[in-house]
Design a protein around this ligand. Structure first.
Ligand SMILES: O=C(O)CCC(=O)C(=O)O
Length: 283
């Protein structure tokens, strides 16, 4: 995997906002090759009859079967984004989830509808909301332009990764109070990364075109991969380069060090400080 340095400014922005935009993460050729693949995967959804008055019928969230293609396998180690994820988390990561999110146009005059604000990976269900750790980052690749508001991009509540409780949504409202709701304006080929703890939601696409986003989620290796990523075919895994193999879950037990990305991090001088079990006291 080629190297991209996470700048101090990017780290600060991600820590503060809970998300980070990476412009031109994909080339035009990548966008068109990926779109050909994802349009085929979404064919049945795209061919459904129009239901502009029911925004919920216009959303596709397809998760399994996205890694059958050289173009999507290549994306697992995309050089403009995945090095940043590795520096924000650590080399001890793997691919945790994949998702294809398409939204067909809905009537722009629909009344505001209930959202699905949430944090990822359901950690609060076990640990509560207080002092949650960052354990995963989703990389979202735009395959269409998002130049207008309400055109189908995931909404993000800036800074909400630090909240120690549930969102407060006034009765009758659809969005939380006291937080900035970000509906990013991006070009096809841009990506945004978001922290598992940030509150986010799908929202209707009130534009006239289908919106298309491909999401790859990364998490520490001690987080179980989504079941559809469980790849036990060692022969297939061995056909990939070491970093791709690690990210696909190639080291089956947790005690095996993350050799491939550790070596990569050392070579690029971004290996994290060791964390000792004990230290000696001074006499
Ligand atoms: O459909 C969307 O825009 C939101 C996706 C989402 O909430 C998620 O990936 O957790």
């Amino acid at each position: 995997m080629d190297f991209s340095q996470l700048t101090t400014q990017q780290r600060k922005a991600f820590d503060c906002d809970g998300f980070l935009v990476v412009a031109n993460a994909l080339s035009k050729q990548q966008v068109s090759a990926l779109t050909e693949i994802t349009d085929n995967k979404a064919r049945a959804f795209l061919d459904k009859h129009d239901v502009p008055l029911r925004a919920e019928y216009n959303q596709l969230d397809l998760r399994p079967g996205l890694l059958k293609y050289p173009e999507t396998i290549e994306l697992i180690t995309n050089a403009s984004t995945v090095p940043l994820v590795t520096q924000l988390l650590s080399p001890n990561i793997h691919l945790h989830s994949t998702a294809l999110i398409y939204k067909r146009p809905s009537d722009p005059n629909l009344p505001p509808m209930r959202r699905g604000w949430h944090r990822d990976i359901r950690i609060p269900r076990d640990l509560g909301h207080k002092n949650l750790p960052r354990v995963g980052i989703k990389v979202c690749y735009c395959l269409t332009d998002f130049h207008e508001k309400n055109s189908g991009l995931t909404l993000l509540a800036r800074g909400s990764q630090e909240l120690n409780g549930p969102l407060v949504i006034p009765k009758g409202a659809i969005d939380p109070q006291g937080l900035e709701i970000c509906d990013l304006k991006l070009n096809a080929g841009d990506a945004f990364l978001f922290d598992n703890r940030i509150y986010h939601t799908a929202s209707p696409n009130r534009s006239t075109r289908v919106s298309k986003v491909l999401m790859f989620g990364y998490a520490y290796r001690w987080m179980k991969q989504e079941v559809y990523l469980d790849n036990r075919d060692q022969k297939r895994l061995r056909s990939f380069d070491p970093v791709t193999r690690q990210l696909l879950g190639g080291y089956t037990d947790i005690d095996t060090p993350a050799w491939a990305l550790q070596t990569w991090a050392k070579k690029n001088k971004v290996d994290p400080e060791p964390v000792p079990w004990h230290i000696e006291t001074q006499e």
